[in-house]
Design a protein around this ligand. Structure first.
Ligand SMILES: Nc1nc2c(ncn2[C@@H]2O[C@H](COP(=O)(O)OP(=O)(O)OP(=O)(O)O)[C@@H](O)[C@H]2O)c(=O)[nH]1
Ligand SMILES: C=C(OP(=O)(O)O)C(=O)O
Length: 201
């Protein structure tokens, strides 16, 4: 566990989430929620705190049941992350602030811990394809400076250490049906597995 790391996790309103998974399930909002809950449940033991940014009251209630704090934020991924990072920084001027994507349904706590342990500076973990970003960490006391979006791995690599190592579950964000197949090979979290029943079991 890294006691100096606080994570901000953006969670889009469920009715608008995971549009590239149309056809994979009859209930896309339920699958998006399951991704977020499995991701956050796996992340919780690895860090000091998790703050979710979501405008969705249903997501907020589900997170509260897990003991996870959430707050609404502005529209847009980087804007939401700026908002959450500012809140976390106001609470602790020295912490490492991390941004973790909420679509990592195979995430293993131990793999996140290994990646966090490998970070010695501002750092990011590229996604499986090497183009996107699944985790971004600030320097201690530093700004998060999120540059998520298309080509974010290249954008973050300009001034952040690249975290590559034995943590495939941290790299496997799920945007497409193929990503979901890869995540299933790694082992899906329990809520995602239940949301995909009977396919998963
Ligand atoms: N709070 C908040 N989170 C967002 C927003 N846009 C994206 N996210 C979150 O950012 C992460 C990465 O987003 P994407 O992989 O693009 O997910 P998505 O937008 O649901 O998927 P697509 O509809 O297929 O693009 C996920 O955790 C989303 O829930 C936003 O406007 N606000
Ligand atoms: C926004 C990003 O995620 P995705 O490509 O999964 O939409 C990103 O990787 O920067």
């Amino acid at each position: 566990m890294r006691a100096d790391v606080d994570l901000v996790v953006p969670v889009k309103a469920l009715r608008r989430a995971k549009t590239r998974l149309v056809g994979v399930t009859d209930d896309r909002p339920a699958l998006a929620l399951a991704f977020a809950l499995d991701t956050i449940s796996a992340a919780l033991p690895a860090v000091r705190s998790v703050l979710a940014i979501t405008d969705d009251p249903f997501v907020a209630a589900e997170l509260a049941a897990l003991g996870v704090e959430s707050t609404p934020g502005p529209e847009g991924l980087n804007e939401a992350l700026h908002h959450g990072a500012a809140l976390l920084r106001s609470r602790d001027p020295h912490s490492v602030i991390g941004a973790l994507q909420a679509d990592l349904p195979a995430l293993r706590t131990t793999e996140l811990e290994q990646a966090l342990a490998a970070a010695t500076d501002r750092a990011f973990c590229p996604d499986r394809q090497g183009t996107g970003t699944t985790l971004l960490l600030s320097t201690p006391g530093g700004d998060l400076m999120p540059r998520f979006g298309e080509g974010s791995a290249q954008a973050h690599a300009r001034d952040a250490q690249t975290l590559i190592g034995p943590w495939p579950s941290l790299r496997n964000d799920v945007d497409t049906a193929e990503d979901l197949e890869r995540a299933a090979e790694l082992g899906l979290g329990p809520r995602t597995c239940a949301a995909l029943t009977p396919v998963c079991n």
